[in-house]
Ligand binder design. Sequence first.
Ligand code: SF4
Ligand code: SF4
Length: 177
Amino acid sequence: MIPLPWSYVNLWRCIGCGLCCINYDVVLKFDEWLRIVQRFGVGVTRAGLNKLYLGKKPDGSCIFLSRIDGKYVCTLQGMKPIACKLWPFRILNRPKYGKAREALFNYKRRRLYVYIDPSCPGIRWGKPSPIMVNHVIPEFIEIALGIRKKQVYSTGRLLYSLDVRRKTSGLFAHRKM
Ligand code: SF4
Ligand code: SF4
């Protein structure tokens, strides 16, 4: 689908539907691939003609996708590729999909163009809310610029309940997508 400007979005929140981890191939940067194979072995990745990808299960979903409490959960937390962290947003230096004025986002004196893939069910369309403008978009921008690693607004809410359970029971080593 053609990405649309961020300014059409009232709020985005990952609802853990898992669609992005089922429908798409995840391209890895070389350093991401290296870290993953050092920890999990080369079998969790695959090579294309000139790209490296995360591996898939027989049903086509990402090899690191699990289902907990009725939600899909990423078990690669801490090593999650930047492509996964940024989905469904695209942060660009120049407008790429048209509607430049609507896609423009001023971040600390930088003019960036922010789009979102409309296929993500976590989108609520409408006038951007303060949380969208002040937290969600800046967090995605900071991840794209490499000045932030930790995900708060750019990840699913199941993260928090799993975190609590992990701290109290020690059962969960990983967190939500
Ligand atoms: S990012 Fe969107 S498509 Fe992916 S799991 Fe969350 S809501 Fe679903
Ligand atoms: S978010 Fe996690 S489960 Fe989903 S595609 Fe990326 S690594 Fe796989």
